[in-house]
Design a protein around this ligand. Structure first.
Ligand SMILES: [Zn+2]
Length: 400
């Protein structure tokens, strides 16, 4: 009886908390993708990093012939669907929607068939449901090894994916202690997991279960609230190397959920190894639920990236990847503006990118003499070298 009551309370909270409208994006400088000629001349050697935002926590990272995928989500059920399925189960992916989105992403960003690694930060439905189905279908990322938490592995067991899964628990840095690198098979990419956590969703409540699994799931999860369990949450540092076991060409930091103070931070052994973080992917969704207003400043103070990508920013409740995005409800225009302002306060030298889903962004290496193109900026930030290939910078509009 108590479980039914809790389910009802959580479902009503979802309706109350998330039932508002998504906000329009005018006034914000959205990055709508690298121009055709930049993509057509996409280097085959490792002299650029292409990051394609897929929406929610999903990305395709490409460096030369190396491709790494960060768990995509395209089905994105609406609030009514989540409430019904949160009470009665039965949530399923939308294969046609996934195919349409992923086909478009590959048209713009290139094939993902040779992806060597797929990283999962945590196991909520909006990070793992489509990913699991896509992997099981064999149609996408057929050779990628899957890295994630123990809970992610136990959930993926019900999709027959155990042999492709590797748990990152032992390699992960915890409380600042050094972790370890996990290389891809070719030795040209390496991944360093960091124990992190996941912000509450609304009014300091977690509307989706934060529980962990200790045994393999015996049937596919179907309840977005109580089956797709958060599990442990990990941030990742991804190094793309110039050659097998060679020097670092690009370093990227990724997290798919806003993290609490003092967790998910890049540990000292990485800040002192001589490689700066080039790109830091942050999480806008529910960031204001983190206490002390410390997100994302604390994470960015540790990474001091050249570029900050604002991820998980668009409204993903019943959205369509092929239509213009809105700002995620509960964060809204003011919340997004505050986030951008915080980025500017803590790392004023960093370039800020607010990516349109399915739009590839091209980054060139620090100190490169490759031809500079004007780059995007989320809000007016102090002028810096234009080293992102993309749309011209404009400085009007503050998006309040
Ligand atoms: Zn989540």
């Amino acid at each position: 009886m108590r479980r039914v009551w809790m389910a009802l309370v959580m479902s009503l909270s979802s309706v109350w908390g998330l039932g508002g409208c998504a906000a329009p994006t005018h006034g914000f400088k959205l990055y709508a993708g690298a121009p055709e000629d930049a993509l057509a001349s996409r280097p085959t050697e490792g002299d650029s990093l292409q990051v394609t935002y897929l929406g929610v926590g999903g990305y395709v990272l490409r460096h030369g012939s190396d491709v790494v995928v960060l768990a995509p989500s395209f089905s994105n059920p609406g609030i009514p669907s989540l409430v019904v399925h949160g009470l009665f189960g039965g949530l399923k992916w939308e294969p046609d929607q996934v195919k349409a989105c992923m086909t478009r992403a590959e048209q713009l960003a290139g094939s993902t068939q040779n992806a060597s690694l797929l990283l999962v930060g945590h196991s909520h439905y909006d990070h793992l449901m489509d990913t699991a189905e896509m992997l099981q279908s064999g149609q996408w990322f057929p050779n990628a090894r899957i890295l994630g938490s123990a809970t992610t592995g136990h959930l993926l067991a019900s999709f027959g994916l155990s042999t492709r899964f590797e748990e990152v628990t032992k390699a992960a840095s915890r409380n600042g202690k050094p972790g370890g690198w996990i290389p891809n098979d070719a030795g040209t990419v390496r991944v360093y997991p960091i124990v992190s956590d996941h912000s509450p969703h609304f009014m300091h409540l977690k509307l989706l279960s934060a529980a962990r699994l200790t045994e393999d799931a015996t049937k596919k999860p179907s309840n977005p609230r109580s089956d797709w369990l958060e599990g442990e949450t990990y941030a990742y540092v991804v190094d793309f190397l110039r050659e097998k076991d060679g020097p670092v060409a690009f370093r990227l930091y990724y997290e798919d959920a806003a993290s609490s103070p003092s967790v998910g931070l890049i540990p000292d052994d990485l800040t002192q190894d001589g490689h700066r973080v080039d790109v830091s992917i942050t999480c806008v969704g529910a960031y204001e639920q983190i206490p002390s207003s410390l997100y994302p400043q604390e994470v960015l103070a540790g990474t001091h990236p050249r570029y900050v990508i604002l991820g998980h920013w668009e409204d993903f409740f019943g959205n369509d990847c092929l239509k213009p995005p809105s700002i995620v409800r509960m964060t809204g225009r003011k919340g997004l503006s505050r986030f951008i302002r915080r980025v500017g306060e803590v790392t004023p030298e960093s370039r800020c990118v607010l990516p349109v889903p399915l739009a590839p962004t091209m980054f060139i290496p620090e100190g490169s003499d490759a031809p500079a193109r004007s780059g995007p900026a989320c809000l007016p930030v102090p002028p810096v070298e234009d080293v992102v290939w993309g749309a011209p910078v404009t400085t009007s509009g503050t998006g309040n």
